[in-house]
Design a protein around this ligand. Sequence first.
Ligand SMILES: Nc1nc2c(ncn2[C@@H]2O[C@H](COP(=O)(O)OP(=O)(O)O)[C@@H](O)[C@H]2O)c(=O)[nH]1
Ligand SMILES: [Mg+2]
Length: 193
Amino acid sequence: MKITGARFLQSAHQPSQYPNPGLPEFAFYGKSNTGKSSLINCLVQRKTLVKTGGRPGVTTEVNWFVVNESFCLVDLPGTGYAKLPGSQKASLEPMVTEYCAGREKLRAVFYLMDLRREPGDSEMAVVEWFQSLERPVALVGTKADKLSKNQLQKALSHWSEVFGLERDSLFPTSSETGLGRDALLSVIGGLLR
Ligand SMILES: Nc1nc2c(ncn2[C@@H]2O[C@H](COP(=O)(O)OP(=O)(O)O)[C@@H](O)[C@H]2O)c(=O)[nH]1
Ligand SMILES: [Mg+2]
Protein backbone atom coordinates (compact mmCIF):
# COMPACT_ATOMS: atom_id res chain seq x y z
CA MET A 1 0.00 0.00 0.00
CA LYS A 2 1.28 3.44 -0.91
CA ILE A 3 0.76 6.19 1.65
CA THR A 4 -0.40 9.35 -0.08
CA GLY A 5 -1.45 11.39 2.92
CA ALA A 6 -1.79 11.35 6.68
CA ARG A 7 -3.33 13.93 8.95
CA PHE A 8 -4.28 14.33 12.58
CA LEU A 9 -8.05 14.21 13.06
CA GLN A 10 -8.90 14.42 16.75
CA SER A 11 -7.99 13.74 20.36
CA ALA A 12 -10.55 12.44 22.84
CA HIS A 13 -10.41 12.22 26.61
CA GLN A 14 -13.78 10.54 26.89
CA PRO A 15 -16.11 8.56 24.63
CA SER A 16 -18.44 11.53 24.08
CA GLN A 17 -15.55 13.20 22.22
CA TYR A 18 -14.94 10.33 19.79
CA PRO A 19 -15.15 11.55 16.20
CA ASN A 20 -17.25 9.76 13.61
CA PRO A 21 -15.34 10.06 10.35
CA GLY A 22 -17.14 7.01 8.99
CA LEU A 23 -13.88 5.31 8.01
CA PRO A 24 -12.52 1.87 9.00
CA GLU A 25 -10.21 2.09 12.02
CA PHE A 26 -7.06 0.23 13.08
CA ALA A 27 -6.02 0.68 16.70
CA PHE A 28 -2.61 0.49 18.37
CA TYR A 29 -2.50 -0.66 21.96
CA GLY A 30 0.20 -1.62 24.42
CA LYS A 31 2.12 -0.50 27.48
CA SER A 32 3.37 3.06 27.42
CA ASN A 33 6.78 3.39 25.84
CA THR A 34 6.44 0.24 23.71
CA GLY A 35 6.55 2.34 20.56
CA LYS A 36 2.91 2.83 19.49
CA SER A 37 3.31 6.42 18.38
CA SER A 38 6.65 5.73 16.69
CA LEU A 39 5.15 2.83 14.76
CA ILE A 40 2.28 4.97 13.48
CA ASN A 41 4.80 7.57 12.31
CA CYS A 42 6.83 4.81 10.66
CA LEU A 43 3.79 3.36 8.88
CA VAL A 44 2.81 6.71 7.38
CA GLN A 45 6.45 7.79 6.89
CA ARG A 46 6.09 10.99 8.83
CA LYS A 47 8.60 11.62 11.60
CA THR A 48 6.44 13.86 13.73
CA LEU A 49 2.78 13.24 12.92
CA VAL A 50 2.42 11.63 16.36
CA LYS A 51 4.36 12.93 19.34
CA THR A 52 6.67 10.24 20.72
CA GLY A 53 8.86 9.56 23.70
CA GLY A 54 7.02 11.70 26.22
CA ARG A 55 7.00 10.84 29.90
CA PRO A 56 5.72 7.26 30.13
CA GLY A 57 2.06 7.08 30.90
CA VAL A 58 1.17 10.68 30.28
CA THR A 59 -0.73 10.09 27.07
CA THR A 60 -4.24 9.76 28.40
CA GLU A 61 -6.19 10.46 25.27
CA VAL A 62 -7.19 8.54 22.18
CA ASN A 63 -5.81 10.10 18.98
CA TRP A 64 -7.17 9.60 15.48
CA PHE A 65 -5.14 9.98 12.28
CA VAL A 66 -6.70 9.81 8.82
CA VAL A 67 -4.55 8.02 6.23
CA ASN A 68 -5.06 8.26 2.46
CA GLU A 69 -8.47 9.74 3.28
CA SER A 70 -9.63 6.13 3.46
CA PHE A 71 -8.92 4.74 6.93
CA CYS A 72 -7.90 5.82 10.43
CA LEU A 73 -5.02 4.79 12.63
CA VAL A 74 -5.96 5.16 16.29
CA ASP A 75 -3.32 5.65 18.99
CA LEU A 76 -4.77 4.33 22.25
CA PRO A 77 -3.45 5.38 25.67
CA GLY A 78 -0.95 2.81 26.93
CA THR A 79 -1.19 0.68 30.01
CA GLY A 80 1.35 0.84 32.81
CA TYR A 81 0.29 4.05 34.46
CA ALA A 82 2.42 3.95 37.57
CA LYS A 83 3.05 7.69 37.28
CA LEU A 84 -0.59 8.78 37.16
CA PRO A 85 -2.68 9.81 40.13
CA GLY A 86 -5.29 7.25 41.16
CA SER A 87 -8.41 8.96 39.88
CA GLN A 88 -6.92 9.40 36.42
CA LYS A 89 -5.70 5.81 36.44
CA ALA A 90 -9.19 4.55 37.04
CA SER A 91 -10.59 6.42 34.05
CA LEU A 92 -8.13 4.99 31.53
CA GLU A 93 -8.77 1.32 31.17
CA PRO A 94 -12.52 1.68 30.67
CA MET A 95 -11.90 4.09 27.83
CA VAL A 96 -9.75 1.55 26.02
CA THR A 97 -12.04 -1.36 26.76
CA GLU A 98 -15.09 0.60 25.71
CA TYR A 99 -13.42 1.70 22.48
CA CYS A 100 -12.24 -1.81 21.58
CA ALA A 101 -15.46 -3.56 22.51
CA GLY A 102 -17.92 -1.05 21.15
CA ARG A 103 -16.38 0.73 18.19
CA GLU A 104 -18.31 -0.33 15.14
CA LYS A 105 -15.70 0.77 12.60
CA LEU A 106 -12.79 -0.97 14.36
CA ARG A 107 -11.34 -3.50 11.91
CA ALA A 108 -8.30 -4.76 13.85
CA VAL A 109 -6.21 -4.12 16.91
CA PHE A 110 -2.43 -4.16 16.84
CA TYR A 111 -1.22 -5.14 20.28
CA LEU A 112 2.35 -3.98 20.76
CA MET A 113 4.92 -5.49 23.07
CA ASP A 114 8.60 -4.71 23.41
CA LEU A 115 10.47 -7.73 22.04
CA ARG A 116 12.99 -7.47 24.87
CA ARG A 117 10.32 -8.01 27.51
CA GLU A 118 9.16 -11.35 28.81
CA PRO A 119 5.36 -11.56 28.28
CA GLY A 120 3.58 -12.02 31.61
CA ASP A 121 0.09 -12.70 32.92
CA SER A 122 -1.15 -9.20 32.13
CA GLU A 123 -0.13 -9.57 28.47
CA MET A 124 -1.81 -12.98 28.29
CA ALA A 125 -4.95 -11.50 29.77
CA VAL A 126 -5.00 -8.67 27.24
CA VAL A 127 -4.59 -11.05 24.31
CA GLU A 128 -7.33 -13.33 25.64
CA TRP A 129 -9.62 -10.36 26.14
CA PHE A 130 -9.09 -9.20 22.54
CA GLN A 131 -9.70 -12.74 21.28
CA SER A 132 -12.94 -12.85 23.27
CA LEU A 133 -14.12 -9.75 21.38
CA GLU A 134 -13.76 -11.71 18.15
CA ARG A 135 -11.84 -8.89 16.57
CA PRO A 136 -8.73 -9.56 14.53
CA VAL A 137 -5.71 -8.99 16.77
CA ALA A 138 -2.16 -8.87 15.50
CA LEU A 139 0.68 -9.22 17.99
CA VAL A 140 3.36 -6.73 17.13
CA GLY A 141 6.85 -7.00 18.61
CA THR A 142 8.56 -3.63 18.74
CA LYS A 143 12.17 -2.40 18.78
CA ALA A 144 13.52 -5.41 16.87
CA ASP A 145 16.58 -3.30 16.07
CA LYS A 146 17.66 -3.71 19.70
CA LEU A 147 18.03 -7.50 19.29
CA SER A 148 20.47 -9.63 17.33
CA LYS A 149 19.00 -11.89 14.63
CA ASN A 150 19.41 -14.83 16.95
CA GLN A 151 17.73 -13.10 19.90
CA LEU A 152 14.86 -12.03 17.63
CA GLN A 153 14.21 -15.59 16.44
CA LYS A 154 14.33 -16.83 20.01
CA ALA A 155 11.89 -14.18 21.20
CA LEU A 156 9.45 -14.97 18.37
CA SER A 157 9.53 -18.71 19.04
CA HIS A 158 8.99 -18.04 22.72
CA TRP A 159 6.02 -15.71 22.09
CA SER A 160 4.49 -18.18 19.69
CA GLU A 161 4.64 -20.82 22.42
CA VAL A 162 3.48 -18.59 25.26
CA PHE A 163 0.52 -17.13 23.35
CA GLY A 164 -0.28 -20.30 21.41
CA LEU A 165 -0.11 -18.44 18.11
CA GLU A 166 1.44 -19.29 14.75
CA ARG A 167 4.64 -17.45 13.92
CA ASP A 168 2.94 -15.72 10.99
CA SER A 169 0.53 -13.94 13.32
CA LEU A 170 3.46 -12.31 15.12
CA PHE A 171 4.89 -9.21 13.52
CA PRO A 172 8.40 -8.11 14.45
CA THR A 173 8.85 -4.42 13.76
CA SER A 174 11.33 -1.61 14.11
CA SER A 175 10.41 2.01 13.70
CA GLU A 176 14.13 2.70 13.31
CA THR A 177 14.76 0.37 10.36
CA GLY A 178 11.23 0.05 8.96
CA LEU A 179 11.20 -3.73 9.58
CA GLY A 180 7.61 -5.01 9.53
CA ARG A 181 6.19 -1.88 7.90
CA ASP A 182 5.18 -3.59 4.64
CA ALA A 183 3.75 -6.56 6.53
CA LEU A 184 1.50 -4.37 8.71
CA LEU A 185 0.40 -2.27 5.76
CA SER A 186 -0.60 -5.42 3.89
CA VAL A 187 -2.62 -6.60 6.88
CA ILE A 188 -4.43 -3.26 6.82
CA GLY A 189 -4.82 -3.38 3.02
CA GLY A 190 -6.24 -6.90 3.23
CA LEU A 191 -8.82 -5.91 5.82
CA LEU A 192 -9.87 -2.85 3.79
CA ARG A 193 -10.72 -4.95 0.74
N1 LIG B 1 15.38 1.53 19.05
C1 LIG B 1 14.08 1.77 18.91
N2 LIG B 1 13.46 2.68 19.70
C2 LIG B 1 12.13 2.88 19.54
C3 LIG B 1 11.39 2.16 18.56
N3 LIG B 1 10.09 2.56 18.66
C4 LIG B 1 10.05 3.48 19.65
N4 LIG B 1 11.27 3.69 20.18
C5 LIG B 1 11.61 4.62 21.27
O1 LIG B 1 10.86 4.24 22.43
C6 LIG B 1 10.37 5.39 23.12
C7 LIG B 1 8.84 5.32 23.24
O2 LIG B 1 8.27 5.39 21.94
P1 LIG B 1 6.77 5.89 21.71
O3 LIG B 1 6.47 5.71 20.26
O4 LIG B 1 6.59 7.27 22.27
O5 LIG B 1 5.96 4.85 22.61
P2 LIG B 1 4.43 4.86 23.05
O6 LIG B 1 4.41 5.37 24.45
O7 LIG B 1 4.00 3.41 23.00
O8 LIG B 1 3.66 5.70 22.08
C8 LIG B 1 10.86 6.59 22.32
O9 LIG B 1 12.03 7.08 22.92
C9 LIG B 1 11.15 6.03 20.95
O10 LIG B 1 12.16 6.73 20.25
C10 LIG B 1 12.07 1.20 17.73
O11 LIG B 1 11.51 0.53 16.87
N5 LIG B 1 13.41 1.06 17.96
MG1 LIG C 1 2.48 7.35 22.39
